[in-house]
Design a protein around this ligand. Structure first.
Ligand code: R1P
Length: 289
């Protein structure tokens, strides 16, 4: 039995941070970072059956063209993803009354619709990137037995190529769900490795008033290649989503609208339009499958 200090439930039986009960979520789940992006998606739904919000975790479940979909904001960063995916998994794979893991496990389909900065000059602002791999530069996944699902060869090649300082922890590499990749891909999507940082400024090579440990890191990431893949973009959630989903048996895919190009130093003139287009694209693909 999982103790009440380990799996915390609210007085109404919902999971602690997400405020959700099992009946509130669909098997197809869209993650966004920004809580204001939830309604940018659900505004297109035929009906909404459930809404809740606690802190940055806003959730709505409804029907879009006959398909039941949950849209949820995760806030910013891998630490939040740890909470969101563990609590979502508890909703489907742990009996919240007996506090025992279920025998028959459920696989959720999780698609992130995010924003991100491109590292490549030829992946311009307002384009879309599908993450074939997540490269975790943060250490959240290292609390788990992540080697079971990580691409150790690519990890080692990245550490060598960047002369990575292992005092920052060892990066890990996790692949997307091939099932979701096939469902969503098209020639509109750039594909590659998405690097996930544990912060926005120093951890992504931004210098304001603080010196950073490796000023050349973005340039080194820019020319890293492994097995025909290059690092396309840098954001703060993808590797965490891929790692926990792989360990728990869920399918995950991360899509990002590129709103900044770090190679050319440019920022989208209309970032909301790029995100709106990615939302429309994803919803359309989801209901066609
Ligand atoms: C930083 O501004 C945030 O934006 C990006 C990063 O991953 C980070 O969460 O994604 P979202 O727009 O999905 O939040």
């Amino acid at each position: 039995m999982i103790q009440s200090s380990e799996l915390i439930l609210n007085p109404d039986g919902s999971v602690y941070h997400l405020n959700l009960k099992p009946e509130h979520i669909a098997h197809d789940i869209i993650f966004v970072g920004d809580q204001n992006r939830v309604e940018k998606i659900t505004q297109f739904f035929d009906s909404i059956e459930f809404s809740t919000q606690k802190r940055e975790f806003k959730t709505q479940t409804g029907i879009f063209k006959g398909k039941r979909i949950t849209v949820m904001s995760t806030g910013i960063g891998p630490d939040n993803i740890d909470i969101v995916i563990n609590e979502l998994d508890a909703l489907v794979n742990i009996d919240l009354e007996t506090r025992q893991p279920k025998e028959n496990l459920t696989s959720l389909n999780i698609i992130r619709i995010g924003t991100s900065g491109s590292l490549q000059a030829d992946i311009p602002v307002d384009s879309f990137v599908m993450s074939k791999f997540g490269l975790g530069l943060d250490n959240m996944l290292r609390s788990y037995l992540i080697d079971e699902v990580s691409n150790l060869e690519m990890e080692d090649a990245f550490v060598k190529h960047t002369n990575w300082d292992l005092r920052k922890g060892k990066p890990c590499v996790i692949a997307c769900s091939e099932k979701l990749e096939k469902m969503i891909e098209s020639d509109k999507m750039h594909k590659g490795i998405t690097a996930t940082a544990g912060g926005f400024y120093g951890p992504q090579g931004r210098v304001l008033r603080l010196n950073i440990q490796d000023e050349e890191l973005n340039a080194k990431m820019d020319n890293f290649k492994f097995g025909g893949n290059q690092i396309t973009n840098l954001e703060m959630e993808t590797a965490a989503i891929y790692g926990l989903s792989a360990l728990l048996g869920h399918n995950a895919l991360s899509l990002n609208a590129i709103i900044a190009n770090r190679a050319s130093g440019t920022f989208s003139k209309d970032p909301y339009k790029a995100v709106d287009e990615l939302i429309a694209y994803t919803l359309d693909k989801l209901v066609k499958n």
